[in-house]
Design a binder for this molecule. Structure first.
Ligand SMILES: [Zn+2]
Length: 164
């Protein structure tokens, strides 16, 4: 019997901030502010940026998004596609340095039916994984305990980012 493929990025925890004031989009509003630490923004690129998921599946759950408010992959230009993929690679470097995970899940949810919490703005999830953590099938319940505080995780990842 095949083991069920389990992909935590299918559960778009960013959705919990979807109930903010109407018309807002965190992937536009947060980078527009000058408050990266509080907004958990880790990196600003030319066309895309990296932030922590404020409602992570697990410690170190990162999000990569273009600055432009577009909903699907076909609307991204070559520069955005390239930079987003480079940032995804960078995320794995930072997280490896900070937390020594055993693996990663990297993925994007397109549309409500695809599990996207903010379907109007395409974004990627980078979720570090540790051997044995698949025992905890609690992702759908939204009650998973996050052992590492967001602020501490933010600091550790920033240190890792600046380490090389
Ligand atoms: Zn947006």
């Amino acid at each position: 019997m095949a083991e069920q493929l389990w992909a935590p990025w299918r559960f778009d925890y960013v959705s919990k901030v979807d109930s903010q004031p109407q018309g807002g989009c965190i992937f536009v509003d947060l980078p527009a502010q000058d408050n990266d630490r509080e907004n958990l923004i880790l990196h600003r690129g030319e066309t895309a940026f990296v932030m922590m998921n404020a409602f992570p599946y697990t410690g170190g759950h990162l999000l990569v998004a273009p600055y432009r408010h577009v909903s699907d992959l076909l609307q991204l230009n070559d520069q955005e596609l390239l930079e987003i993929n480079r940032l995804l690679a960078e995320c794995t470097r930072w997280l490896t340095h900070a937390f020594s995970p055993d693996g990663f899940n990297i993925g994007v949810n397109l549309g409500r039916a695809g599990g996207a919490g903010i379907p109007s703005h395409v974004h990627w999830h980078v979720v570090p994984r540790w051997s044995g953590d698949t025992n905890f099938m609690t992702a759908t319940a939204g009650t998973r305990v996050i052992p590492l505080g967001l602020d501490r995780a933010y600091e550790l990842i920033l240190e890792a980012k600046n380490a090389e």
